[in-house]
Design a protein around this ligand. Structure first.
Ligand SMILES: [Zn+2]
Length: 236
């Protein structure tokens, strides 16, 4: 089966306040996040009356209820649902920029099947556990974790991907981007130096290698290595 990376989303630079309701203790709380993802696949499945394990909204990063400590068990609060509904209406006329706080996403397993990002995460987690030495599985697992904002876990998986395949271009560039976000610039540059020395085999690799070379040459700033889709950030 041909594995394709899931959709990659640039992240909003600002933190936004989102109203959530805990599914465990049923209390409302405010949460600060860079992005709220609307999973289109879940919306479509809901319209067809399917039973769903996970909701259509995903807050980037881990959410911990301040009242009861429940982790990643939430829905939008009543007010937040209204705000999101209005924002979605608005987005029909004015499409949002890639860094908007609200992003509609479609995610799939790479074989055409639509999957909820959390289902995808669980699926990759199981497959990686079953085949721990398959670098491409780890890479897709890492990309999934990064997309839902689980950055600590994503970094670990990128590092383990590179332990298995030290010249994996996508892992090198994505790990460098994550490390840059954490101001670990030296570590990021080390990965970019590895990347810059790779002989690319296809167009995607060529673009990634070129970005690394431009950053090392000082033609592109390290913080322009936007998380998610570095190609989008290239100056033409
Ligand atoms: Zn709670």
């Amino acid at each position: 089966m041909m594995e394709k990376p899931i959709i990659q989303i640039p992240r909003s630079a600002k933190l936004h306040r989102i109203g959530l309701r805990c599914l465990a203790c049923k209390k409302n709380f405010a949460w600060r996040t860079r992005q709220l993802l609307l999973n289109i696949g879940t919306v479509e499945r809901k319209q067809h009356g399917k039973e769903l394990t996970f909701g259509e909204f995903i807050v980037a990063g881990h959410v911990i209820c301040p009242h009861c400590g429940a982790e990643d068990r939430y829905e939008l609060s009543g007010w937040q649902s209204i705000i999101v509904a209005l924002a979605l209406l608005w987005m029909r006329w004015i499409p949002p920029g890639p860094q908007n706080w609200l992003q509609a996403v479609k995610m799939g397993a790479g074989d055409g099947r639509m999957m909820h990002p959390f289902e995808l995460r669980i699926s990759y987690e199981q497959r990686v556990a079953a085949q721990p030495r398959k670098a491409d599985l780890r890479l897709h697992f890492a990309n999934t974790l990064r997309t839902i904002g689980w950055m600590d876990e994503a970094i670990v998986q990128y590092q383990q991907t590179l332990a298995l395949a030290p010249r994996e271009t996508e892992a090198l560039i994505n790990l460098a981007a994550l490390l840059t976000q954490r101001d670990e610039n030296e570590a990021a540059l080390a990965h970019l130096r590895t990347l810059a020395a790779i002989k690319p085999k296809n167009k995607t690799q060529r673009e990634m290698v070129a970005i690394a070379q431009e950053i090392l040459a000082g033609d592109l700033r390290l913080d322009e290595l936007e998380i998610g889709n570095p190609q989008l950030r290239r100056r033409s």
